[in-house]
Ligand binder design. Structure first.
Ligand code: ZN
Length: 359
């Protein structure tokens, strides 16, 4: 397999699904529209909810997006681990009552094996325990042997939130090799260790759960898939951490240069470099989407990211305002997919510069 850059993977994904009749939409804003249940967009399907529920008519029954997302529940772990981040991008292909499993599954396989050229022998899939329809497609249409199709329970492979549309999922895993594993005889798909990583989740929204707990089949089932761009990039580039992915590493190295330290030389400095690298991306996109630092709601999330980035900058000896300068390198890397940040670059930098506390 070729070591594809993050920007190339994004483009290959979107153009692949365009070739399958999907309308490519730009990422929606991080600010949810008419959705009081969410502070910030946190998944590829979140801004598409009105299309799934039928509240709004989609511009096409097949849509593909790369959605910018922010999740903050694990904010305190960011920097300390290889995988935690608050800002990430989610690739997805969606069917609003149009195609279903027999298209979604073979397309996912085709993209992964033919476009990304991931070696088949390192791929595994999971399905929901009762989903024989998915099993048949993986086995008969795609041609995966039975031992490569792992049946999992409701907790892992059934998507539902309260009542409403829900359904089974099928996930694709990559085997990073025995040397990344825990070595236990039981090690396999679903093990907690770093060997098998799930990178693509195909959700088959085929039921409508009612208040009595009945799963009523939807007349027109939907497809909702999600693949974390950073995660698939770590697989393609054979690195252990999202911070070693080309685009992201470019930002980390730039901050390191400013501080006169090298990423990888010192564990404590690395934590600071990772925190700043993660947060400045979220900050750039949030301000670009019209959010301003404040004491509540989204503005508070932004203020918190700015303050944390400044604090970790101080630990690196960056006492003078520095963060606004990092925006330049974020824009350089991301402007191809998100031209709006190029247009609003000066504005974004000014908002950061004006923050009290000199970040
Ligand atoms: Zn294991």
């Amino acid at each position: 397999m070729e070591k594809l850059g993050m920007n190339e993977i994004r483009e290959k994904y979107l153009s692949f699904f365009e070739s399958k009749g999907h309308l490519r939409l730009p990422s929606f804003s991080l600010v949810p529209k008419n959705d009081k249940s969410l502070l910030l967009i946190n998944a590829g399907m979140a801004p598409l909810k009105p299309y799934f529920t039928g509240k709004e008519i989609p511009p096409s029954k097949r849509v593909t997006t790369c959605q910018k997302c922010i999740r903050t529940p694990d904010i305190d772990r960011v920097g300390k681990t290889a995988r935690h981040g608050t800002f990430f991008e989610m690739l997805g292909n969606f069917s609003f009552g149009d195609y279903f499993k027999k298209e979604a599954i073979p397309w996912a396989w085709e993209f992964v094996t033919k476009v990304l050229e991931l070696p088949e022998e390192r791929l595994w899939v999971t399905i929901y325990e009762n989903d024989d329809e998915a099993y048949e497609i993986w086995n008969k249409v795609v041609g995966l042997p039975p031992e490569k199709i792992v049946r999992m329970g409701k907790e892992d492979n059934f998507w539902e939130i309260g009542t409403g549309p829900c359904g089974p999922c099928s996930e694709i895993y990559f085997d990073r090799g025995e040397d990344k594993g825990c070595g236990k005889p039981t090690c396999g798909v679903g093990c907690d260790c770093d060997r098998f990583i799930e990178f693509w989740n195909l959700v088959f929204t085929q039921f409508d759960k009612d208040a009595e707990g009945n799963y009523n089949p939807l007349p027109k089932p939907n497809i909702d898939t999600g693949m974390g761009l950073e995660r698939i990039a770590t697989i393609m580039q054979e690195v252990d951490s999202i911070f070693d992915v080309d685009v992201i590493r470019g930002i980390t190295d730039y901050v390191g240069e400013m501080a006169g330290v090298k990423y990888g030389d010192d564990k404590k400095n690395d934590v600071s470099l990772r925190v700043i690298t993660d947060h400045i991306r979220g900050v750039t996109f949030m301000i670009s989407d019209g959010i301003l630092p404040s004491n509540e709601g989204r503005g508070y999330v932004l203020r918190r990211l700015l303050r944390r980035a400044a604090r970790y900058g101080k630990l690196l000896g960056l006492d003078r305002p520095f963060l606004y300068n990092v925006v330049d390198v974020v824009v350089e890397h991301y402007k191809g997919a998100y031209p709006e940040i190029q247009e609003r670059k000066d504005y974004i930098k000014n908002v950061i510069k004006k923050r009290r506390g000199a970040v």
